[in-house]
Design a protein around this ligand. Sequence first.
Ligand code: HAM
Length: 415
Amino acid sequence: MSITAIKGFNDILPGEVEKWQHIEATARDVFSRYGLSEIRIPILEKTDLFARSIGDTTDIVEKEMYSFIDKGENRVTLRPEGTASVMRAFIEHKLYALDPVSKLYYMGPMFRYERPQKGRYRQFHQIGAEVTGVANPRVDAQVLTMLSQFFAALELDEPSLEINSLGCPECRPAYRETLKEFLRSKLDSLCEDCRRRFETNPLRALDCKVEGCKNATAGAPAMLEHLCAGCDAHFASTREHLELVSTRYRINNRMVRGLDYYTRTTFEMVTGLLGAQSAVAAGGRYDGLIADLGGPSIPGIGFAMGVERVALLLDAAKFSSSPALFIVALGEQAQKSAFSIACELQSGGVSVEFDYEGKSMKSQMRRADKLSCRYTLIIGEAELASGRAPLKEMATGIQTEVPLTPESIVCQLKS
Ligand code: HAM
């Protein structure tokens, strides 16, 4: 029996990978316009890093981490997200000493032991951005605008931006109590998860997808109505700056994030096109995280997008690339000539395919067709003798004779 991949771990095959390359290139292009630099962080970190940052009572830390003891008896975890690692590196290398504002992005695989389904995997990929050092809401608006521009650059109408504020340590505890008071009489209508989280993380009931919880929390008090003056002003200014640059958003006062480090602004890019997995990107402000991880008191804000989910929104057909030329060669001498012409054209920047095995003309033409090559060049004994061969444009069927030299072929391909 052959060995298959682990459940929830996917291969990204040719045909699909071109979309990923386009997404990555677009992110690099858009992010660099906003002054972000790339950081590459390890896939494996000490388990404590995630427990301390994401939160002990979150689903990620409680149930979803790939954690194990390594051969040196260290407790380690395959990273379930990037923010904690980037902040660990930020503190460890004192990046704040280089510039008071640090703007970083990263891309790569993350690991969560979730129930796999469309858009949800156990190894998935994120492209994330983290901006630290600015408490001013202008940076919230800029990060959100950059994220919106990324999706605009992909020419996607979906997803759309939703924002909320989760308050801060000054106003959230009182709101939590108000919410608990509201939920206490409705505990029987809540799902098992929400009942379990009632003491430790009651806010999660607000974005629970279970019908009973949705009904029970319909009239629940919202954090936005219980913000302290500082958080209220921050949210108002974020909105004002979004509007100043016409970045479209809607307020979702039931949005609760699944990670504990958030303060104030939180946001999601949501779509109705991916079933239950509606969040294509998500993030927020984390003004206490760097200090919690043992660094200086520096605010931060960031997001991560799920590359698989972005790819699901993109039309694969637009990104497939086909060779410019297929050289059909008949006979040993012609095959040698095809081999060396192909080699020269490839080193000169032209994408070329040819037959390696001396197959029939029909089979070579069939492959050229299948690969959607733009041109075919046919070389046989007669062409070798005359030094000229027919070059056919596949879409139009127009055929021209070209001298059998790489320079002439390139000239004709360009004309
Ligand atoms: P998150 O909401 O856990 O936030 O994940 C961000 C995005 O990663 C989600 O919106 C989704 O698109 C994608 N994602 C998450 N889990 C899966 C999965 N199992 N399969 C496929 N895609 C998935 C974070 O990770 C934060 N670190 C974001 C952040 C950065 N906040 C501040 N800075």
